[in-house]
Design a protein around this ligand. Structure first.
Ligand code: GTP
Ligand code: MG
Length: 596
């Protein structure tokens, strides 16, 4: 992971959240108002009980009032029950609103992120680990949802309860109220100190979670390697360490609050004591009625609880802050390789002429250039073979054609148009690529072959399977083309996978076919068959074939020999033999001949 410094975004986290609430903002505001209302309604019970105490229980004319004015007594009781009932209904509806809005936001942002991730370029994928990306669209997004569903609600709840109680206290007896409220600023100060301590913990916690998920993901998808090397115990230990690390960090984060908790709790607990002491004095002096005292003591929790809740809220707020940072990184990320502003549409098929002009290339995260001054031209329908020792830059070179990467220098043209000027979709639609590392999807063989063009029918799928010499083994499978191949093509041999991948590349009837070592795992006889069918395709197609076998390169119209990122030799089989250079030596080596 390279992103260590905190990235700046065009919007603050809360503004970003608000933006993503579009469509549900109105109802969310209703929900927030509902929260205020049901919290203010909490004051009704102590208010009415205070009244009942003053009028019917402790006042001078209490007995008299009960006899003559019992109607009022029942009215007050009914009002208390009524408001409690109303409050319950509001809380219920409010919960539904928060849930609805938070799920809508979650759904929207998750789709948006997935879209972003899908459209990213190769550099993005080599920068971010899969487990980390998975954490962003699951755990991190859930923290964002939690912010909408719970944290904001709790903030409003605490402040409205505190505010309403404070106003109510001031209204009843301002002197008494001030004695109680004077303590509260200390709580805010403590919470502020807490925030500074807990914020980095949440950032760390999130990294640990991503680390743990990455281990799990890598191990599950790469389990064959683990098994082959009998490294299960080692991997289990590695995961155990990551898991422990995460648990410890979680604990440590919880501990931060424990350092501040006693102070906040003491202040909250001080409230009833102050109430008792000061209230007692006020009562004795006759500055407070018994009813008012009951109202105060019945509501003291409305001042103390929000104070207690503050730590929790701040904690969750910091969790949201750390998680949304990660989510927004993807949300605002832009692929470097995208359609140019002046990109031209090219809906029709390419002729298939490819030109490389002084092309050099270096990976963004690499130290040295991988390709140097590459110059060559391929005419439509030609077959070009690229060969060279491992690591010389063959894959890097062909990856420049569909613009997986941008050359650092020079220009690549297709049919005379610089590829940077073409719309990416138009360019890539015209290219059939069978990658070196074959990846099939958990789908039927038919589904895998028709991946690039799902409109083709089974007959066509079978035709392309025949071209790639795959039809024989497919028809021998228990369910033929309906056989489901496992994740990444589990259940198939290396050569079988390569042939399905070739059929998949052919099935889009590309005007440019690129094969990266696609026949390396098939036997000589089958390879010959494939070479033959590639020459007999029923659509025009320029072919670039990376191969090591002379049997493949021999029939090419042109052979490029790469060495350390330079084209060392170029020409036909005969021309290169005559040169007696690298290619000549390679032929000697492969045929076992002393002289040619
Ligand atoms: P084989 O497939 O083994 O025959 O090699 P190749 O000729 O296809 O080599 P490739 O183009 O894959 O790699 C050329 C050089 O680029 C090697 O030195 C690699 O280490 C380097 N390279 C390949 N991929 C990346 C990448 O994603 N990032 C960086 N920084 N370097 C890369
Ligand atoms: Mg390669």
């Amino acid at each position: 992971m390279k992103q260590t410094k905190t990235q700046q975004f065009p919007k603050t986290k809360l503004a970003w959240l608000w933006e993503n609430m579009q469509g549900t903002r109105g109802i969310y505001i209703v929900g927030m108002l509902g929260t205020i209302v049901y919290n203010v309604l909490q004051l009704t019970v102590p208010y009415y009980s205070g009244k009942i105490v003053d009028i019917f229980l402790t006042g001078e004319n209490a007995r008299e009032n009960m006899r003559t004015n019992s109607d009022l007594f029942y009215k007050l009781l009914i009002a208390m029950v009524g408001f409690t009932f109303l409050r319950t209904i509001i809380v219920y509806l409010d919960c539904m609103i928060y849930e609805h809005v938070s799920q809508t936001v979650l759904y929207r942002v998750r789709n948006y992120l997935y879209n972003k991730i899908e459209r990213q370029d190769m550099t993005f994928y080599s920068t971010y680990r899969t487990g980390d990306l998975m954490t962003r669209v699951t755990g991190d997004l859930d923290a964002v949802r939690h912010m909408v569903a719970w944290v904001i609600r709790m903030v409003i709840e605490s402040f409205s309860l505190f505010g309403a109680a404070a106003i109510f206290f001031l209204y009843i007896n301002w002197k008494m109220a001030l004695c109680l409220l004077v303590i509260s600023p200390f709580v805010f100060w403590i919470i502020y100190l807490f925030k500074n301590k807990v914020a980095p913990m949440h950032a760390l916690l999130r990294e640990k979670l991503a680390q743990m998920n990455t281990y799990a993901q890598e191990n599950i998808s790469g389990n064959r390697v683990v098994k082959a090397f009998a490294r299960e115990d080692y991997e289990i230990q590695k995961f155990d360490k990551a898991n422990k690390d995460y648990a410890e960090t979680n604990k440590a984060t919880g501990m931060v609050w424990l350092k501040f908790y006693p102070y906040v709790e003491s202040i909250a607990n001080l409230m009833p004591v102050v109430m008792l002491a000061v209230g007692g004095v006020f009562l004795i002096r006759g500055q407070l009625t018994m009813g008012e005292y009951v109202a105060f003591s019945g509501l003291i929790w409305a001042i103390a609880n929000p104070m207690r809740q503050m730590g929790n809220i701040m904690n969750e707020f910091q969790r949201f802050s750390a998680a949304s940072q990660k989510v927004m990184e993807i949300y605002y990320s832009e692929p470097k390789i995208k359609d140019a502003k002046d990109a031209v549409a090219h809906p029709e098929r390419f002729e298939g002429k490819i030109e490389f002009e002084d092309v050099s290339f270096q990976y963004e995260d690499g130290d040295l250039p991988v390709l140097h001054d590459i110059n060559f031209t391929v005419e439509p329908n030609e077959i070009v073979a690229i060969m060279g020792e491992t690591g010389c830059g063959k894959t890097s070179l062909i990856h420049l054609i569909p613009r997986f990467y941008e050359p650092t220098k020079g220009q690549i043209r297709i049919d005379g148009i610089p590829i940077g000027k073409l719309k990416l979709a138009d360019l890539r639609k015209n290219i059939g690529l069978a990658t070196q590392d074959v990846l099939l999807y958990s789908d039927t063989i038919e589904g895998n072959i028709a991946y690039g063009d799902s409109t083709i029918n089974l007959d066509e799928v079978m035709k392309f399977a025949k071209y790639s010499a795959a039809s024989d083994f497919i028809s021998k499978m228990p369910e033929g083309y309906d056989t489901i191949v496992g994740e990444r093509g589990v259940g198939l041999s290396g050569g079988q996978k390569q042939r399905i991948s070739l059929a998949r590349a052919l099935a889009v009837k590309p005007s440019i076919l690129i094969l990266d070592d696609t026949t390396s795992a098939v036997d000589m006889e089958t390879e010959k068959q494939i070479q033959q069918s590639l020459r007999e395709l029923d659509f025009p197609c320029t072919k670039i074939i990376i191969a090591q076998r002379i049997s493949t390169t021999k029939a090419a119209d042109k052979i490029l020999v790469l060495q350390d990122g330079y084209i060392r030799e170029a020409g036909t089989h005969e021309e290169l033999l005559a040169k007696k250079g690298y290619y000549y030596e390679l032929v000697k080596l492969q045929t076992g001949a002393e002289e040619l």
